[in-house]
Design a protein around this ligand. Structure first.
Ligand code: NAD
Length: 261
């Protein structure tokens, strides 16, 4: 039986860890060839070998997705290898420095914005010339933060980048509709990944602006735990496939109702 994404090619950023890794494995399992884009080559090498063991194809593209040259060049390498792009997952991101606005260095603000928001613009921009002829699906990883949730004090740069992705994604959905390119956003709540490695928090600084909020019975109404990357990967498969063919410019929350509290 033909697989759901048979013959399609995906460009996936942040594919070395967490949500990006789980999504790459899921799309590959469903027939897509996947280009794995990440800062950390050893991690995407590992994902590639997992994919190849299960009989699918993957390509390692080490790149910093906040660099225009590196993103453009990654697409060139992919085109050279497979000659087409159908699916794009603009997912790479960091939490960055978590601190009061007063203490946030402009360089730290810029780092979060360039890793999360500028990278999304670049990942979409450089895909367009290659997707125009055949159409396809672009999925952007935003967050509950910046869209529904503002209680994570100290995350002003992160939340700004995440609501920025929402505005950009909706503009892109409208602009790219004539090429049959769909653009959708996902808004995860807490998911068990390695993002804490890219979270720089100074607890003492935060104390001066913190607003105490308590959830005596936890803040995960549905499953009483954080989500798993594999659960997010199922959503990516749906948005990548023709099962979501009339959905564009939409956001989907995947948070077990955490953001409604
Ligand atoms: P993760 O740290 O496990 O994976 C992120 C990957 O992105 C890493 O492999 C990292 O090397 C890569 N990356 C970061 N900056 C990069 C850059 N400039 N160029 C290339 N690669 C880069 O984290 P994750 O939780 O899987 O994060 C994926 C996305 O999900 C992020 O956009 C994050 O903001 C979003 N998100 C995560 C959560 C959560 O709770 N984990 C919640 C909401 C949204």
């Amino acid at each position: 039986m033909e697989k759901l994404l048979q013959g399609q090619v995906a460009f996936m950023t942040g594919a070395g860890s967490g949500i990006g890794k789980a999504a790459a494995l899921k799309l590959a399992e469903n027939g897509a060839k996947v280009a794995l884009v990440d800062l950390h080559k050893e991690n995407i090498e590992e994902v590639k070998s997992q994919i190849e063991k299960s009989g699918s194809e993957a390509l390692v593209l080490e790149a910093n997705v906040s660099s225009p040259k590196e993103v453009e060049n990654s697409y060139k390498q992919l085109m050279h290898h497979w000659g087409r792009v159908d699916l794009v997952f603009a997912n790479a991101g960091i939490n960055g420095v978590v601190t009061p606005i007063e203490d946030l260095d402009p360089k730290e603000w810029e780092l979060t914005l360039s890793n999360n928001l500028t990278s999304t613009f670049l990942t979409v921009k450089y895909a367009i010339p290659h997707m125009k002829a055949n159409g396809g699906s672009i999925i952007i990883t935003s967050s509950i933060n910046g869209n529904r949730v503002y209680r994570n004090i100290g995350m002003s740069a992160y939340s700004t980048s995440k609501i920025g992705q929402m505005g950009f994604g909706k503009m892109a959905a409208l602009e790219l509709a004539e090429y049959q390119i769909r653009v959708n956003m996902i808004c995860p709540g807490a998911i068990e990944t390695n993002i804490s490695e890219n979270t720089w928090k100074e607890k003492d600084n935060l104390k001066k602006v913190e607003i105490p909020i308590q959830y005596p019975e936890g803040n995960q109404p549905l499953e009483h735990r954080a989500g798993r990357p594999e659960q997010v990967a199922d959503l990516i498969l749906f948005l990548a496939s023709s099962q979501s063919s009339h959905i564009t410019g939409s956001e989907i929350y995947i948070d077990g109702a955490e953001s409604l509290l």
